[in-house]
Design a protein around this ligand. Structure first.
Ligand code: NAD
Length: 246
């Protein structure tokens, strides 16, 4: 393991790193991923509650889950893994983070270039009239919050069955195609099209360093260096190793 950490640190020391993060990086901030037992997603099946079809059919039902998720996200603070990525960006080794998460924890930790592939809960949109509102504008509109046109608002997150916003697709492709090393952290790589970004990076010549508590499909098919463990611990080891490089 020590040897693999050293190899990964040497790769990262060359700069032009990019991180692709998933729900696993925020587990240590108290936000369950899709696999955690006893968490939000064991009570609200994502197949039932996180699809655009479910939202259109019964927004009030989906808002029950969203309300609970929102109170969890509001309380969450960045953990050592988010902070390490922000430091790596400030140190010039990581150019940006592409995150599948909707929790804004990378920004809270101080990362400045963050591509939110699946949107965020900082704004709300109306699927019917395309109205767009900030969180402040929506406060006090009841549950579910209604648009000026009277229809229920949807948080600005990408539900299963929706397309990825063009700006996020473009920015993430640019980062993936121009990096030297991609750190793939805490993602099962099961959700498309985000899971195609590591292949895109690899085809453009990047090395793939994967950090996860258990192997994924990528580990077998694409990853160059697999570092098994919690994101906060592995990133701390990587930073220690980087500091030791003359
Ligand atoms: P996923 O739940 O499918 O997979 C999470 C991965 O993280 C797993 O491979 C797991 O082994 C790994 N993991 C768990 N704890 C870890 C830790 N401490 N350190 C390192 N790895 C750890 O999540 P996904 O691949 O991101 O895809 C699910 C979709 O749902 C994405 O769109 C995701 O953003 C969204 N989601 C977001 C949040 C959030 O915003 N925090 C939470 C749940 C789901």
């Amino acid at each position: 393991m020590e040897n693999k950490i050293r190899k990964a640190a040497l790769l990262l020391a060359g700069g032009r790193g990019v991180a692709l993060t998933g729900a696993g990086i925020s587990v240590e901030s108290g936000i369950p991923d899709f696999r955690s037992k006893g968490g939000l997603w064991s009570r609200f099946d994502p197949n039932e509650y996180a699809t655009i079809g479910a939202f259109r059919k019964n927004p009030a039902k989906v808002w029950k889950m969203l309300e609970e998720m929102d109170s969890l996200l509001e309380k969450a603070v960045p953990n050592r893994a988010h902070e390490a990525l922000a430091r790596l960006e400030k140190g010039g080794l990581v150019e940006g983070v592409i995150t599948q998460n909707i929790d804004s924890l990378h920004q809270k930790a101080g990362s400045s270039l963050v591509v939110e592939f699946h949107g965020s809960t900082r704004h709300f949109i109306c699927l019917w009239c395309e109205g767009r509102f900030s969180r402040k504008e929506v406060a006090g509109r009841g549950m579910p919050p209604l648009c000026d046109c009277g229809k229920p608002l949807k948080p600005g997150i990408v539900f299963f069955g929706e397309t990825i916003p063009g700006a996020a697709l473009h920015a993430s492709a640019r980062l993936a195609e121009n990096c030297r090393v991609m750190l793939v952290i805490g993602t099962s790589a099961e959700v498309a099209p985000a899971n195609a970004l590591p292949l895109r990076a690899k085809r453009s010549g990047a090395a793939i360093v994967e950090i996860n508590v258990e192997p994924t499909r990528l580990t077998r098919e694409l990853t160059d260096i697999y570092l098994e463990g919690r994101a906060s611990e592995i990133l701390a080891e990587l930073e220690r190793e980087l500091a030791a490089i003359p």
